[in-house]
Design a protein around this ligand. Sequence first.
Ligand code: SF4
Length: 214
Amino acid sequence: MRDFPVEVMERLLRRYDLQKETMLEYSSPSQLLIATTLSPQCTDKQVNKVTRELFKKYRGFADYAKADIRKLQKDLSGINYYKTKARHIKEAARIIESQFNGKLPSTIDELMILPGVGRKVANVVLTNGMGITEGIAIDTHCITVANRLRLTGTRNPAKIEADLMRRIPKKYWLHVSNLFVTLGRDACKASKKECWHCTLNDICPSSNFNPRKN
Ligand code: SF4
């Protein structure tokens, strides 16, 4: 058999359609930054409902930067914590306009200067929006899956990211997060793992269903 992390990646890539993985709707890296900034504590469905109208009204960072904060908050009012998120978006747009000539920065460190943008959001924007792989975005699904696969032994996102980057070849980094999130929603749920229909059930060290034995 191939090296375990490679086998995991190859099987997940075969199993899941990557086109369907990211549920947030966007048509540019800039829109993905806005959608991802809005997504904490919110469903993708909620975010998409709001951004469909928002993206028609605000065409670029200049529009967010000069927006009246009360109007922007009203436009985001279908989102949890919309007041804080509106302030973050307006301030992020102002920084992008003034420090980056209105162009979305393309490194993790630069993106993390922006309010509301942590390492996870920066990774999602770089990976899914720009096709740049500097790291691996870690969310709760990734924490669960990476631990059950014993690719890490911690719940600290920064340490998990370092473990995954050490063990998984770089050519897969672009897909790791999306694949683990999809697996986490499909079979490897935090509340109850459904190993019987998991594509990794015969090689996963935490599997409770091995088709070769059951
Ligand atoms: S076999 Fe079970 S524990 Fe392992 S990744 Fe699949 S669902 Fe998770």
